[in-house]
Design a binder for this molecule. Sequence first.
Ligand code: 5GP
Length: 342
Amino acid sequence: LAYCKSLPKAELHAHLNGSVSVRAIEKLIELRKRSEPDYKADDRVLSTAKAQDKIRTLADAFLMFPLIQALTQTSEAVTLATVEVISEFNDDNVKYLELRTTPRENTVTSMSKVDYIEAVLAGIATCSERLPIIVRLLLSIDRRQEVADASETVDLAIKFAKSKDARVVGVELSGDPKFDGRKFLPLFQKAREHGLKITLHLAESCDWMEELSEMLALPPDRIGHGTLLHNDPVHAAVIRENSIPLEICLTSNFICQTTKTFKDSHLDFWFSRKQPVCLCTDDQGVFDTYLSKEFEIASETFNLTKQDLFDTSLCGLRCGFAPKEELYAIERIWAQFAKEHA
Ligand code: 5GP
């Protein structure tokens, strides 16, 4: 684990609200109590028990997200959550982080989607001033959303990507895989025409496999999970021909039992075919993990050498959505590490 900790890392698949740790949740509750002294949070978000005790399926994980989102309903809380999450990735020696989140409005607190995005960007700006970590943002479309709602998110992503600090670099599709994502395809096309990158959660469980051919035809710039994609030779061929990187989250897949054991993970299939893969945490708060641990699990499960781990980490950075020249500049950190560990 010491080597995995010391390795500079890039995290490309981290949902903001799912990444909030129990420690950060305690701070969010404190904040909420300032305006609502009798506020009582749901016990499940405060439990330090192993995630495996609370979550056994993807559906169980989906019960956790609203409990955390209930604590990020004001701009102040969203900024606090963002700062806490980035700080924890920084503590784990993550040098490049792509956070993703679903902009939400809240009529009770009068938080608009724009307020939400600005609050996340404020948290990123605060961390950028004081921590050695580069953070970029992807805006999420939730599969359960109406097209009009998702369309608003894409328009905001386009607007923010063109703004001065340009930290929004892409859009992504996530949310309950039971819902068909095809209705959002024109929105992803539009996002691409405006220079945004696209990553789609695909085939993470057996729901909605019918959508796959059309979703892959986009083609996305990366794929979230893609747990079951390699089972179909036609889909696997599309991924290989387009060299689409996969964001693989070992603990998340294991806890939700979309892969029965770590050894069953699709990581092995893609590794052996030299496909670009990025090890990621998905929801490090909800799944009680961190990126070094994911590297450690990969190393133990698939007998990876230090060089393999280094290459995988660097591959993660190279799959990032920030402009290539920015990624090249960050690569110096990896070069320095290689020199020191030669
Ligand atoms: P947020 O977007 O509120 O910052 O993060 C939580 C949201 O991310 C969830 O409501 C869900 O839409 C999405 N999400 C988090 N983890 C997963 C996952 O493993 N699979 C899918 N499909 N969506 C997820």
